[in-house]
Design a protein around this ligand. Structure first.
Ligand SMILES: Cc1cc2nc3c(=O)[nH]c(=O)nc-3n(C[C@H](O)[C@H](O)[C@H](O)COP(=O)(O)OP(=O)(O)OC[C@H]3O[C@@H](n4cnc5c(N)ncnc54)[C@H](O)[C@@H]3O)c2cc1C
Length: 403
């Protein structure tokens, strides 16, 4: 039996594996994807200081570090159940049962769907699928595409598609319906975009965005938003235009658009069609936390963290003895934060199993997570600090059972 079983070989899982192995623990990592690295494998962006974040290289570095320290990493293994047994966790996988006294869930995030008429036509994909096809499988997703849904992830991946030579014609809002809600509201989308304005290549957007921080100015900016969109990397971002339908029969042929009011209501008589051979739907991310639910972990609903998250404290412990979580399963943040959380989980596990000699290391690692969070280039949720404080408070009220 290994000391620690980790589900997920993304930045959080691999960083935790290296930390545990460095403290003399036997570690086994399983991941259902064919390669280790998780969502890092799709990431490629330029940092504000001009350096490039190359996720494939980061994934290789983390993998080699973990394996070099003695962790075993098995890909193509899917986990579908986790239950507390007599001596620890009993985990059901597609390769059989695995057992360990400590289980760390680092399963990451999933994309949120934005339904609209025509979204099942071949050639429509989620923005994350376009990222994986482009950067992992090196498959061209199409020649001329439209992105439906305007958010930080969509902007980052649109840039990656452009770098791969794919023409992204424009980004537009989804239609207003009971599912799309704030994603279809020009006001809310504008508010969230201001958080990535510092990454914009155009000085006009960078400096202009600083002027619209107050609510009345934000509303004015939405009312006066140019009909032709605002260009970022030569790609128009439309906040007063929504896709009402994706057109085509056996494959995507175009998108029907309509102008919308500042509240996202379609303006009658403004419908028009544009050609496209692929469409990406960008609905944002939520924590992929089903395994924690199956294991019996209590949850909290915190929109500031991206949705339902397993209760945990800043040491990455859940209320269930021997069950830890790290990375996007605890809230949607960048890969650097996930890595830093993985290190915290690894140290907390080493302490739990009596292998941590340096008592200050854990406190230092927790402080490091907060520093990385503050300086993150990509921040998915503006109130992430409040969400983290709320989940910590809820965890303290709950306590740890069965220790
Ligand atoms: C589509 C998508 C695109 C993203 N793009 C970016 C980006 O461009 N920039 C950015 O900063 N952040 C991006 N993110 C956020 C990203 O989640 C974090 O940057 C970071 O990768 C989170 O690390 P993690 O280790 O928590 O999870 P992940 O990197 O997601 O790794 C989790 C791993 O767990 C595995 N797994 C999940 N469930 C199971 C199971 N039941 N059994 C076995 N294995 C399982 C998965 O296969 C995956 O390899 C993206 C997220 C998604 C979903």
């Amino acid at each position: 039996m290994t000391d620690v079983l980790i589900v997920g070989a993304g930045p959080a899982g691999l960083s935790a594996a290296a930390t545990c192995a460095r403290h003399g623990l036997s570690v086994r990592v399983v991941d259902e994807f064919m390669k280790p690295g998780g969502r890092l494998l799709g990431q490629l962006h330029e940092e504000p200081d001009g350096t490039w974040w190359n996720g494939i290289e980061e994934a290789r570095r983390l993998y080699e570090q973990a394996v070099g320290l003695g962790a075993s990493v098995a890909c193509g293994v899917s986990v579908y159940d986790a239950a507390r047994g007599e001596e620890g966790w009993v985990v059901s996988t597609t390769e059989g049962i695995l057992e360990a006294p400590v289980l760390l869930l680092a399963t990451g995030a999933a994309e949120t769907a934005l339904p609209l008429p025509g979204w099942t036509i071949p050639g429509v994909m989620s923005i994350g699928a376009a990222q994986v096809m482009t950067n992992v499988h090196r498959v061209r997703v199409g020649e001329r595409g439209v992105i439906i849904g305007v958010n930080i992830l969509a902007v980052a991946i649109a840039r990656e598609l452009q770098l791969a030579g794919i023409h992204v014609d424009r980004m537009v809002l989804p239609p207003r319906n009971p599912v799309t809600q704030e994603a279809a509201s020009p006001y809310h989308v504008m508010q969230s975009l201001l958080r990535v304005a510092h990454l914009a290549p155009s000085a006009f957007i960078r400096y202009g965005s600083r002027l619209v921080k107050s609510d009345p100015l934000l509303r004015l900016a939405v009312r006066c938003y140019p009909a032709g969109g605002v260009k970022m990397w030569r790609m128009p971002i439309h906040l007063r235009t929504a896709a009402v339908e994706i057109l085509g029969t056996s494959k995507v042929e175009g998108v029907r658009l309509a102008r919308v009011s500042p509240d996202g209501e379609p303006l009658p008589g403004t419908e028009h069609d544009i050609p496209a051979d692929f469409v990406c739907i960008a609905g944002g991310l939520h924590p992929l936390a089903e395994l924690a639910a199956v294991a019996g972990c209590p949850f909290a609903y915190l929109p500031e963290l991206g949705g339902h998250v397993p209760l945990h404290n800043e040491r990455m412990e859940t209320p269930l003895a021997g069950l830890y979580v790290a990375g996007n399963i605890t809230g949607i943040e960048s890969a650097k934060v996930a890595m830093a959380q993985g290190a915290v989980a690894g140290l907390a596990i080493a302490e739990h199993l009596g292998r941590l000699r340096d008592r200050t290391a854990l406190a230092d690692a927790i402080a490091h997570v907060k520093r990385v969070r503050r300086s993150a280039t990509i921040q998915f949720h503006p109130e992430i600090g409040r969400g983290r404080a709320d989940v910590e408070r809820m965890f303290q009220e709950q306590g740890i059972s069965g220790k």
